[in-house]
Design a protein around this ligand. Sequence first.
Ligand SMILES: [Fe+2]
Length: 130
Amino acid sequence: MAGDERLVKSKPEHDAIREEIAKLRAMGPQDAAYDARFMQLMREVMHHVADEETVLLPTAERALASQLSELGMRMTKRRMQLVAQHRPTATAANTVGTFPLASLAVMSLGALAIVHCLRAADARRVGRHT
Ligand SMILES: [Fe+2]
């Protein structure tokens, strides 16, 4: 299965990306080779992400269909814990930037739905008391 192959490749690719980031940080942007290495890393990360989004994640979505809601909640909770541990402003900006546009739209609709429900509940509560 393509998803399984992708999963096997994923860990060594993550390790290689982390190693390259560490090398770039160690050398600094003043190094003559920095830009070329940075661009190569960027191409590799884009390829990696494209593979994950087109192969791995759809496979996982099908295999874990009944658990997606629970997993989403756990991942969001963990993400918020990690955000709270780091610089709030920069991390929040980075977090927003990592969400696909569709996710932001869904979260916005969810926030609107929550506001609507709260207002409706408030209206019902006020209506009972008057
Ligand atoms: Fe990845």
